[in-house]
Write a protein that binds this ligand. Structure first.
Ligand SMILES: [Zn+2]
Length: 484
């Protein structure tokens, strides 16, 4: 991915060298190019192998994928004692591998943890125009379930671990890779299982995860390099009104459906307060400069102190930005009554909340009770487990992580801005953050903002984006581990 004008410059420089130096320089370049090519080939092989191992929750098996990766690591020279495959049951295996760093003992830099999930969302052959579990390259795209979410990341990280081992690279700190089960659903989240059962295997200074954050392409042009450093918390509440009911030919003034509807109408009128954190403040500041125009001006106005109320209102009208400025709660399901000819004995709604980092579910529940303003509407938090269900704080925008990302990004994609992001959804990062390990979502692969097919039919990514991700991660991991 060397820009054309750089190549021309390199040729000129070579002519200026004495003959022997030029020959050396050429052969060094050739060797570098070859290993980059070889690495692309290896990454593609791993990618294909993973896509063709079904890792869905219904009939798939992440242990098969973890074992296949373990074999590749052994073949590349990793010691058996540095490879772990295990999980709560034979279908939900996780892989952990460690590349040892040079610094030991007191004062040593703590390891870096790379995480990425092996499982994929269900995919039915009849819904797709191609077989979701056969790797296919067509018209410059790779197709298959998991090509975008997130077997591309697994293959990219695996190829980097293998390349570093083969090259004899000595990082200044341990580099740990964990490929895990059940991020998309299921009962056996691999990150949670490893933390509960083998915490030492993945104890780290911070984690990097390709499964969050966005590298944006718009009309084929690279727009921004995102780093996800915060996520909202997921919380459902059941709202319920009960009533003695009765015959529908004799309506009463109290009615469970009206009563609940009135409460929901009050919720519709309510907005949680505007609030920024370190990550969203930086997101809006940097986006303001990229977008410019009236949108950029509004973003600039909301990061000022005090924030401009008019700008907040205009940005709040756009769901994408609104979700990044406040907690949201919205009804998603409705139930009520038991017969067409009876007064309803109950009415219930599910209200789904996405809570800003730094706030708790209890806090939000109290707000809901106040807004509904009717003691007969009960509000019950629905307990759920998994990614995103525990309150987390944003991970700090550390200079070492941001600096490495900005450096490598500038080398590969000069002029493309790096932008911190908060995801309104959730990934495995939230599980690590909830236990005190900062976690950063760095996808590495540029995707078209208008063509996001993750979880959908005919999932695909651009082949060039995949190879860009292979080059990026190899350099990024080295930048994080080559000493300061
Ligand atoms: Zn994912």
């Amino acid at each position: 991915m060397i820009p054309r004008q750089f190549l021309a410059f390199a040729v000129l420089v070579c002519f200026a060298f004495p003959a022997s130096a030029a020959a050396q320089s050429n052969s060094a370049q050739a060797a570098g190019a070859q290993s980059e090519d070889a690495n692309h080939k290896l990454a593609r092989e791993i990618y294909k192998e993973l896509i063709e191992i079904n890792t869905t929750d219904s009939v798939g098996n992440t242990t098969v994928a973890a074992e296949a990766m373990a074999k590749r690591l052994r073949d590349a020279g990793y010691a058996e004692s540095d490879i772990f495959v295990g999980g709560p049951n034979p279908r939900k295996g996780n892989l952990v591998v460690r590349l040892h760093g040079t610094s030991k003992g007191a004062g040593a830099r703590k390891p870096i943890l790379l995480i990425c999930h092996l499982d994929v969302v269900e995919a039915r052959r009849e819904d797709w125009s191609v077989d979701p579990f056969t790797f296919l390259e067509k018209d410059g795209y790779f197709y298959g379930r998991g090509t975008e979410d997130i077997k591309d990341g697994d293959a990219i990280l695996m190829s980097a671990m293998i390349r570093m081992k083969r090259e004899g690279y000595q990082p200044d700190r341990d580099i740990i890779l964990a490929l895990t089960a059940d991020e998309e659903g299921g009962q056996s989240n691999g990150v949670a299982w490893l933390l509960a059962n083998h915490p030492d295997l993945i104890a780290a200074d911070f984690a990097v995860n390709p499964d969050a954050g966005v590298f944006e392409l718009e009309n084929g042009k690279k727009k921004l390099v995102g780093i996800e450093a915060a996520e909202k918390t997921y919380q459902d509440f059941e709202l319920k009104v009960t009533n003695r009911g009765g015959h529908s030919s004799l309506p009463t003034t109290d009615n469970a459906i009206y009563q609940l509807s009135d409460g929901l109408a009050r919720l519709q009128q309510f907005q949680f307060p505007f609030e920024l954190n370190e990550v969203t403040r930086e997101y809006f500041s940097r986006s303001a400069a990229i977008l410019g125009g009236s949108l950029g001006a509004d973003m600039k106005a909301i990061v000022q102190n005090p924030a401009d109320a008019g700008a907040i209102a205009r940005l709040s009208a756009m769901p994408y930005y609104n979700a990044r400025m406040r907690t949201t709660c919205v009804p998603t399901m409705l139930q009520g009554g038991h017969a067409r000819n009876a007064l309803p004995g109950f009415a219930a709604a599910n209200v789904n909340c996405r809570i800003l980092p730094g706030h708790t579910s209890d806090e939000v529940q109290k707000v809901l009770v106040k807004v509904l303003n009717d003691p007969e509407i009960s509000v019950t938090a629905i307990v759920a487990k998994g990614a995103g269900t525990e309150a987390t704080a944003p991970s700090p925008l550390r200079p070492d992580v941001m600096g490495a990302l900005e450096k490598v990004s500038a080398e590969l994609w000069p002029g493309v801005p790096v932008v911190p992001q908060m995801d309104p959804g959730a990934s495995d990062n939230s599980i690590l953050r909830a236990r005190g390990t900062p976690a950063y979502g760095v996808v590495g692969v540029f995707t078209d903002v208008e063509d996001d097919r993750s979880h959908g039919k005919d999932e695909r990514i651009r082949a060039a984006s995949f190879y860009g991700g292979v080059d990026f991660y190899y350099r990024f991991i080295k930048a994080l581990s080559a000493g300061q």
